[in-house]
Design a protein around this ligand. Structure first.
Ligand SMILES: Cc1cc2nc3c(=O)[nH]c(=O)nc-3n(C[C@H](O)[C@H](O)[C@H](O)COP(=O)(O)O)c2cc1C
Length: 207
């Protein structure tokens, strides 16, 4: 069992990373493998809506980590998306990154549990969290929660570790993710598989 944790901050080892590490520790204690994937700080294109991914089953652009992450997502059983709060939303980096991941490869994520976590200095955390949770809830993904909304507060990693409640929320999240993954695995072993989808209906408003 493996969880892919995506660090959507431009800072490789910043506040978001600090939160992800706390989740990772708990997952590892519970016997779940992990990988933290840093999306970097080179430009990441937004989705250009070229729809070539429908033919390629991956994004047409190879100059950033989107297709690398899709390869990793294939093999992962669960996901954590982490982002700093930028202007009361998720970072532009992770927004572009996840838009393209989900447009090009939503099947790699479907029916696998996901959790979003955000780090902020002061405000906008719930709006950013809502934004990230929407990738899960449009894509048949069970959403993993914690004992409070998944956020930490601080402007530096040193400040984040002083957010004792935030750190505890991250640990509880890690344990909840491990529990759900094990439950899904036990279900599979008992013959419970993801539901068969109906043929997709697309209506661009009512026509
Ligand atoms: C462009 C930008 C916008 C930000 N906007 C907010 C904000 O709206 N609310 C807030 O509390 N902090 C804001 N911050 C501060 C970061 O969210 C905060 O320092 C975060 O913990 C940094 O995480 P990181 O080290 O993983 O990047 C902003 C920082 C930057 C660079």
């Amino acid at each position: 069992m493996k969880v892919l944790l995506i660090n959507g901050s431009p800072s490789k080892k910043g506040c978001t990373y600090t939160a992800l590490c706390e989740i990772e520790k708990e997952l590892n204690i519970s016997g779940v493998e992990t990988e933290i994937f840093y999306i970097g700080k080179k430009p990441i294109r937004g989705c250009t809506a070229c729809a070539k991914c429908l033919e390629l089953n991956k994004c047409v652009f190879e100059d950033d980590g989107v297709n690398v992450a899709l390869g990793k997502a294939d093999k992962a059983d669960g996901f954590v998306f982490g982002s700093p709060v930028h202007y009361a939303g998720a970072s532009g980096f992770i927004t572009s990154f996840l838009d393209r991941c989900f447009f090009a490869g939503s099947d790699r994520f479907a029916f696998k549990p996901g959790a979003a976590v955000v780090s902020c200095r002061r405000g906008g955390a719930t709006a950013a969290l809502d934004q990230l949770n929407k990738y899960f809830t449009i894509n048949n993904m069970p959403v993993v929660s914690s004992q409070y909304w998944n956020m930490v507060h601080g402007n530096t990693p040193e400040e984040v570790v002083q957010d004792l409640e935030g750190m505890q929320i991250m640990r509880a999240l890690g344990r909840n993710m491990a529990w759900l993954l094990k439950s899904i695995q036990a279900g599979k072993e008992a013959g419970i598989v993801p539901p068969e989808p109906e043929e997709r209906i697309w209506t661009n408003f009512i026509r």
